[in-house]
Design a protein around this ligand. Structure first.
Ligand SMILES: [Zn+2]
Ligand SMILES: [Zn+2]
Length: 350
């Protein structure tokens, strides 16, 4: 182990882990600290003295200088480091990255100093258990990633034992023996091993919803912001908008009730205020995304049926929705004249 003050002059750090497939930046930084046998706080101060790492959402707001430094000292490419950040979802989940406002689909950590007040970090117990080296995936910060397509189980965003949020950068706080805390898969508060979390099988309303949901998750993991087109952002814009409408408590917006009746399932309780999907619970998000997928599977027929049933209005379907794709605009444009509802639908209503 070399002396730490000279670490910047080394061509590579003694331990130079590179990002694992879809690994989150903060997960890599914590693994690097533990790999060097030091606490996360110590490692951060020694290696990034000019950067405040944990008093912010580092996965969302990683400075380019930090990514460059890690790349130079681990031998990983800058692109690989960039891809480990949530900023790399620009052009995929949202059109343009914003430093401070809500990023569509990105769950808010609610950072307070080193603490995390939001339940924004998910994990799959089976993934952690099967990993040769346990690590956290970038997609586990995304609102519609509610289950693991590899293991068909629900993700978790809290400790099964104590209920604390997941904050793996805090695992070594208050401990003096690093050998006891070099476990990224343990609860920072009670030490529970997340790999022992009971699996909950993911439940789906229909086989075709399951298939489309799976495709959505697999495509997200494979997405590259550099080689995507506007169509992917537009799709996510529509999905996001439908989830918002489906979660609304408003007499003019009853498309969730309409879909639940068609699927013969119970509706969840709706909030009294406008609540974006990023602030909904894990179960609520799982429910809303499935209903949105149900509409998208046969958008024309199902949205028209809902409109004829007076479950939605033309204005609501377009309100605040930007970057409209033609396939959505063409369907909604038919709902301009409410009197057309009086005409018999061209197909059987659900
Ligand atoms: Zn998994
Ligand atoms: Zn715990």
């Amino acid at each position: 182990m070399p002396s730490w003050p000279d670490v910047h002059s080394l061509p590579l750090w003694p331990v130079h882990f590179k990002p694992l497939p879809d690994e989150l930046l903060s997960s890599l930084i914590v693994r690097l600290a533990y790999g060097h046998g030091v606490k996360v706080r110590t490692f951060s101060r020694l290696v990034f003295p000019s950067q405040e790492i944990w008093n912010r959402d580092i996965d969302r707001n990683a400075p380019p200088a930090l990514l460059s430094m890690i790349a130079a000292n681990t031998g990983a490419s800058y692109e690989a480091l960039y891809k480990s950040s949530l900023k790399a979802y620009e052009g995929v989940l949202y059109k343009q990255y914003q430093l401070s406002s809500i990023l569509p689909w990105v769950l808010p950590l609610q950072v307070y100093e080193w603490k995390r007040n939001g339940f924004a970090q998910h994990y799959c117990p089976s993934c952690l258990a099967n990993d040769g080296i346990p690590y956290y995936r970038r997609s586990w910060r995304i609102a519609y990633c509610t289950w693991c397509p590899q293991h068909a189980c629900m993700l978790h965003n809290s400790c099964f034992s104590c209920g604390s949020c997941v904050a793996f950068h805090r695992c070594d706080l208050g401990n003096f023996d690093i050998s006891d805390v070099s476990s990224i898969h343990r609860c920072w508060h009670c030490g529970f091993d997340y790999r022992d979390t009971p699996r909950i099988a993911a439940d789906f309303y229909s086989p075709d919803i399951l298939a489309s949901f799976r495709t959505l998750l697999v495509a997200l993991e494979a997405s590259q912001s550099a080689d995507t087109s506007d169509s992917i952002v537009q799709f996510h814009n529509v999905l996001h908008h439908l989830c918002l409408l489906l979660g609304m408590k408003n007499k003019q917006v009853a498309i969730a009730d309409f879909a639940c009746a068609a699927l013969s399932i119970d509706q969840i309780s709706k909030p009294t205020r406008r609540q974006p999907i990023e602030s909904r619970s894990l179960d609520e998000r799982h429910h809303l995304v499935q209903l949105a997928i149900w509409y998208l599977l046969q958008l024309d027929e199902r949205l028209t049926a809902a409109w004829v049933n007076r479950s939605i209005t033309y204005n609501r379907l377009l309100k605040d929705l930007r970057d409209l794709p033609d396939w959505y605009g063409d369907v909604v444009s038919k709902f301009t004249h409410w009197r057309d509802r009086l005409k018999p639908p061209p197909f059987e209503c659900y």
